[in-house]
Structure formats: C-alpha cells, structure tokens
Design a protein around this ligand. Structure first.
Ligand code: CTP
Length: 432
C-alpha cells in the first residue's frame, strides 16, 4: 500500500520514525511529508533514509512532478502523526500553505490523524470543533493517550504508542466500518489480585491480551472506549482511556461507575471469586511460626450486578437525557470518530445496555457456558476452554460465543483481534 506519513511540528515527531519503520518493514511504500516545523524536531535526512523516498515540506521542490496534487491523489492511506492543533485547524479549514496541507486537500483515500499536544490545546473549544469537523468528513481522529507530556505536566495529549497507531491505520485501510461510532463502551481486562499482605497476593494467569484486543478493535470501529485494566503490562490501545486497578473491589467500582451511561460493557477480566477475609498490614514472617490458614470470603459478582442493574433500569421509569451535558451532546449532535473525546448523538437512554461476559471452562464447556449465560443475565458469553496452553497469554484464541436467544457462533483459532471483531459484530447487531 502507498502510505503518506504526514508529520507536524511537535516533540512527538521522533515517535513517527518508529511508525515509519513499522510501515516500511511490513512492505508498505511510505512517502514522508513533514511540515517546516516538524523538520525542526527531526531533519529531512532521517525521513529520507528511513523511507527511501525524497522528502520535502514545500510545494516548490520538483514542481514538474506536481507533487502537491500527485502525492495525495496516489496515496492509499494518509496518516498524520503527530497531528498538532495547528495542522488540525488547517486541515479543518482547507488551508493549503505547504505540501502536507495540499496533500490533505487532494487525498481521496482514508485519512487518519493522531493528535499530540498539551492538554489545554486538545481540550480548547477551537480544537474540539476542528476535530468534530474532520470526523464529520470521515477522517479518523484518534484520541491522544493520557500521561506525561513534554514538561512536568500530565494529562490527555500524548501520542499513542506507534504500534497502536499502526494497527488503527491497517484497519482503516482495510475498510472496517466505524459501526460503533458514537457508542460508549467499557471493557475490563487482565486479572485481579487479592492482597494477603503488603507483598503477597492471590492472582490468576490472565494476561489482558484479549481485553486489550477488544478495546483496540472497539476504538478502531469508532467507539468511545474506557478500558479498566487489572494488572496488565501492555501499551495502552490507541484511543482508549485506561483506568488501572488491582483488586476485584477496585475493578468493580471502576466498571460500575464507567458503565453507568455506557452502551456496552464487556467483562473480559478474570475477576477473583474470593479474597482473603483479612489483609495483614505487615509482611507475614516465617519467624511468626506456623502459618495461619487463609480464610477466604466471596467477592461480589460484577457481571451479575450489571445484569441486575439493567433489569432494574428496564422495570423503572424510562431514561431520557436529563443532565446539562447530555442535553448539550444531543444539541451538538457531534459526529463519529475514534476514542474518548467524541460526543454521542444519542445518550445511553436511547437503548438498553448490551452486556458481554467471558467464561473460562476446563470441562463441559458448552453446558457450563449456557448455564452461566442464563445465570449472569448477559447478552453474549464468550466461552474459552482453558488449560494446556490454551487462551492465557497466547497471541491467538478460539472460542464459542453464546448468544442469548440465538445460535452459538464458533470462532476458530486466530488472532485475538478476530475474536474481538466477532464480538463487536454481534454487539453492533444487537445495538441496531
Ligand atoms: N466475573 C465478575 N465478577 C466476579 C467473577 C467473575 O464479573 N466476581 C465475570 C468475569 O469477568 C467473566 C464472567 O464473570 O466475564 C465469568 O466468570 P467465571 O469466573 O468464569 O464465572 P463464575 O461465576 O466464577 O462461575 P464458576 O465459578 O462456576 O466458573
């Protein structure tokens, strides 16, 4: 595929070198089009050497080749990373003062922006309006990650991990629909840890890979994603807001609060069913003598609670957007895009929440799964057979998705993103 990598003038320009390598090393032809300001951060020789193509920020070089039209028209994908507030504004308003903005005006292929800037600039009404304009025209704008920015400040504004931007680009280029645009999605991932003392815990083998694949694919399909991650050490999926938790109690609080107005909740986390009744404040020492037995108590079942909450909401008065921000969202009628910053055209009150559970079973997989689907009151249950190298920590997964009131869907062994896409296909059908 022919890729144009637009680079604008932010400190994150150095991370675009990594993105460039990901494209070239997987066989894509990349033309880098930096802005003049980007060249102050990373020079043209670096882009030329890494891409194997000439590099210019100006429309005045190689004029006989009419680059200001040819580069955009011949591209299969344009990705601007980092995209500054300035380049977003220029693109939204159709300015064409350099080669990159000319390219954006002439490109007819999918366009992805990966903004990076200080939090204040990202949250400024001017930038919000420009992002909404670009999304309304079909551009994919990935919400920036939260974290440490150039100075001592932290907040939303960091460029997502280059590999995560790369994955979004591949999906956009493959033409996956933005069928979750405007939907609010909560995904839990990883495995909880229940403290015994300050250094020891009861945990499980969940790596978080499947939950992260669900979050990544939902964001790439346009959803506003909150990812509640229990003890996962993976890069944040592009466009997802990540809340980190440790115990089942913390996970419960984060999931219940984030999902209050969500359209979809997916409980992919492996939640401890039991926790020690008491947590020792100090380390249990060998010298304390014979160890005490660890007395366990039951944790609340979060998935079942979500089902109960939905049932209660259904039998209560009909929900309608009532808060000032809900009403403002409806009035604004903002447009589809990727990530946590996009506003919904209709609040969650527009339809019932879709709830998805996971089940890890070692035996009687389907029978146990069907019983669990009914017991927990969810719409879909992804049933994994576990044990002997299956599911935990592996890149791939095979599963059966049980559907309340429908036929089970078998997902053959493949990347965890494929299983995630099957789940979102089924969710999208239920939402519509
Ligand atoms: N789950 C939850 N809260 C818990 C335990 C599990 O929300 N305290 C969720 C998991 O995130 C998963 C689903 O419930 O989506 C199934 O979890 P599982 O441990 O397989 O089910 P259990 O109810 O524990 O049933 P069993 O012990 O019979 O396997």
């Amino acid at each position: 595929m022919k890729v144009v990598l637009g680079v604008s003038g932010g400190i994150a320009a150095y991370k675009a070198c990594e993105l460039l390598r990901l494209f070239t090393e997987s066989g894509h032809e990349v033309r880098v089009v930096p802005t003049r300001e980007a060249l102050k951060f990373v020079g043209a020789p670096t882009w030329a050497a890494l891409s194997g193509n000439p590099v210019s920020a100006e429309v005045w070089d190689d004029v006989h080749e009419v680059p200001h039209v040819r580069i955009g028209k011949s591209a299969d994908l344009v990705v601007v990373a980092p995209a500054t507030a300035d380049v977003l504004a220029k693109a939204a308003h159709g300015l064409a003062g350099d080669l990159l903005t000319n390219t954006l005006l002439t490109a007819t292929c999918p366009v992805v922006f990966a903004p990076a800037m200080h939090t204040e600039m990202w949250q400024h009404p001017a930038t919000r309006a420009n992002v909404a304009t670009l999304r309304s025209r079909g551009a994919v704008v990935i919400d920036p990650a939260s974290g440490r920015l150039t100075g001592a400040d932290t907040g939303p504004g960091r460029l997502p991990d280059p590999d995560e931007i790369f994955q979004v680009c591949l999906r956009v280029a493959r033409g996956r629909p933005l069928d979750l645009a405007g939907r609010k999605v909560v995904v839990s991932a990883g495995g909880t840890r229940e403290a015994i003392d300050p250094v020891r815990y009861i945990g499980n083998r969940s790596s978080g890979l499947q939950g992260y694949a669900l979050a990544r694919t939902a964001a790439a399909r346009g959803a506003e994603v909150t990812l509640v991650a229990a003890n996962v050490s993976l890069p944040d999926p592009a466009g997802a807001a990540v809340i980190r938790v440790e115990s089942a109690a913390e996970l419960r609080e984060a999931v219940l609060s984030a999902s209050a107005d969500a359209d979809v909740v997916v409980m992919a986390a492996a939640v401890a069913d039991f926790r020690p009744a008491a947590r020792h404040d100090t380390k249990i020492k060998k010298t304390d003598g014979e160890p005490e037995a660890i007395h366990l108590v039951k944790n609340p079942d979060i998935l079942a609670e979500l089902g109960d909450r939905r049932r209660e909401a259904r039998s209560g008065p009909p929900t309608a957007p009532g808060t000032p921000s809900e009403l403002a969202e409806l009035v604004r009628g903002d447009t589809p895009g990727i990530g946590a910053g996009q506003e919904k055209a209709a609040g969650h009150g527009a339809g019932p929440q879709v709830i998805v559970g996971f089940a890890a079973e070692t035996h009687d997989v389907l029978a146990n799964g069907q019983a669990k689907l009914a017991r927990k009151g969810c719409d879909l249950l992804v049933v994994n057979q576990v044990g002997e190298g299956l599911a935990f920590g592996t890149a791939g997964n095979a599963a059966t998705v049980l559907v309340a009131g429908g036929e089970p869907v078998e997902v053959p062994f493949g990347p965890k993103e494929d299983l995630a896409d099957t789940v979102w296909d089924l969710v999208a059908t239920r939402l519509s």
